[in-house]
Design a protein around this ligand. Structure first.
Ligand code: GAP
Length: 454
């Protein structure tokens, strides 16, 4: 079974060092979390899988890692200053604040009062002072989405890589939103990470590419252990679309707290490139330019045959890393009844996502021959470059297996007397089936490499 409640996941995440409340020793900071020793591995592995699928497996997508601090002009012309808001209400009775569209009826979830103000727009962007002057005149925004820096770097990437349409620019990085009510663990937070692709296509080919990217993204989530039957597509109705979108399909996942958005796949048309562009000598482009744009960049592609410039349309699959981690953990979580009447908790992560790939357990922690052999095996497996290989010499193999089941280590390798005295084989114990087999030390790297590909 997957996690019965969010509490199961929160508890395991803290107990085993996946995710902690940020600034915990000072009472925490609402809507902000830290990733612990195993969480950082899991998160990095998920991001690496996305990067591999987007950038390495394809030849039509380039990567980018842009700054978080963003020139306010970017977010003015993107429309975020004016429209990136949620409806805020105040409770006059208990002075708490809520997101109007998350309320049930007109009732304050804090005190039950119905004495609420009318909703008013609350801008979600964080502002910060730039430089030593404190007069508020020089500020930047912490980016609310990674996408804008892809648009503002469009010309840089096109000039330096000479791509042809269709092509994409991919980025993974932090985004910040001053959410009115952060909640549900790492689902809705104020500091999070996004994995965003802006895939530029010819106008007219946008709708077909939109459908293609929805299919590709569903396949990708399945490869991460989030099956399609746990996902639903939500075709966002016109009155709910973001200001830049012609059509958006949300990939909804059955989180422990309900069916909610895991990823949004939007058809942003030529809205962003168009509104960051100004002073063009082409009338078609000028028509798309916002009258107040201060950008001089020509964010367009030249069609050499037709000798014309045109602004590409863009399809944007935008996934939350933290929501991805939550979905992957929820899918991996199982509690199994054992034959002896005990239970075991297992995180059955896909091998490529597991924080630790192989645990090396010496049967005796003080036995020089066994310890030396176990360390040598670790060194050899590290050479594979498949991820973290963990040497653990607590000397209690049963407990080691349980602990590694709970953190999702797919293979444990036990080095014992048979290894050093008889046949140079080790016991390989599989997390999911608990099956054990003897494998020759000389064949172990090939065995692990093959297993990790499965
Ligand atoms: N560039 C498009 C964009 O930002 P979005 O639907 O607002 O679109 C994309 O965000 C994804 O980012 C969401 O599907 C979600 O996974 C993640 N996300 C958005 N706000 C979040 C928050 N407050 N906490 C955690 N993840 C969030």
């Amino acid at each position: 079974m997957t996690a019965s409640s969010m509490d199961d996941l929160v508890s395991l995440a803290k107990r085993r060092g996946f995710i902690f409340q940020s600034s915990d020793i000072y009472g925490g900071l609402q809507g902000v979390y830290d990733y612990g020793p195993l969480g950082v591995e899991l998160k990095n592995n998920l991001k690496a899988a996305w990067w591999r699928a987007m950038v390495y497996d394809r030849d039509d997508i380039e990567g980018l890692d842009a700054a978080i601090l963003t020139n306010p002009m970017t977010l003015r012309h993107s429309g975020h200053e004016a429209t990136f808001t949620d409806p805020l209400v105040d409770c006059r009775a208990c002075k708490s604040r809520w997101r109007a569209d998350h309320l049930e009826g007109n009732t304050c979830p804090g005190c039950g009062s119905n004495d609420l103000t009318e909703p008013r727009p609350f801008n979600l962007m964080f502002k910060t002072q730039v430089g030593p002057v404190q007069d508020g005149g020089s500020f930047a925004y912490l980016r609310p989405e990674t996408a804008q820096a892809i648009f503002t770097n469009f010309k840089n990437v096109v000039d330096s890589t000479s791509p042809k349409l269709p092509f994409g620019i991919a980025q993974i990085g932090k985004a910040f939103r001053n959410e009115i009510t952060p909640r549900n663990f790492i689902f809705r937070v104020r500091e999070f990470e996004q994995m965003e692709l802006e895939f530029f296509v010819k106008a007219g080919e946008d709708e077909a590419w939109h459908r293609t990217w929805v299919d590709l993204r569903l396949d990708w989530w399945e490869q991460q252990g989030v099956p399609k039957d746990q996902l639903e597509l939500y075709h966002v109705p016109a009155d709910e679309l973001a200001h830049y979108s012609k059509a958006t399909v949300d990939v909804m996942y059955r989180f422990p707290h309900g069916l909610e958005e895991l990823e949004g796949i939007a058809n942003r048309t030529d809205f962003d490139l168009g509104s960051h562009t100004k002073n063009q000598d082409d009338f078609e482009l000028q028509a798309k330019v916002e009258p107040n744009s201060d950008s001089n960049a020509k964010l367009a592609m030249q069609d050499l045959e037709a000798k014309a410039w045109h602004v590409p349309f863009v399809i944007e699959p935008s996934a939350g890393v933290d929501r991805g981690v939550l979905a992957v953990m929820n899918e991996a979580y199982r509690v199994e009844e054992l034959e002896n009447g005990n239970t075991r908790t297992v995180m059955s992560f896909k091998p490529h996502l597991a924080p630790i790939k192989v645990a090396i357990l010496p049967l005796k922690r003080n036995h020089e021959g066994i310890v030396t052999k176990a360390k040598e095996i670790k060194k050899n497996l590290m050479r594979l470059g498949v991820g973290r290989i963990f040497y653990e010499d607590t000397g209690n193999i049963g407990k080691g297996y349980r602990r590694h089941d709970e953190v999702g280590t797919p293979l444990c390798v036990t080095v014992d007397f048979q290894t050093i005295e008889e046949d140079d084989t080790v016991t390989v114990r599989h997390r999911d089936s608990m099956a054990q087999q003897r494998v020759a030390v000389s064949e172990l790297p090939a065995f692990v490499e093959e297993f990790m590909r499965s």
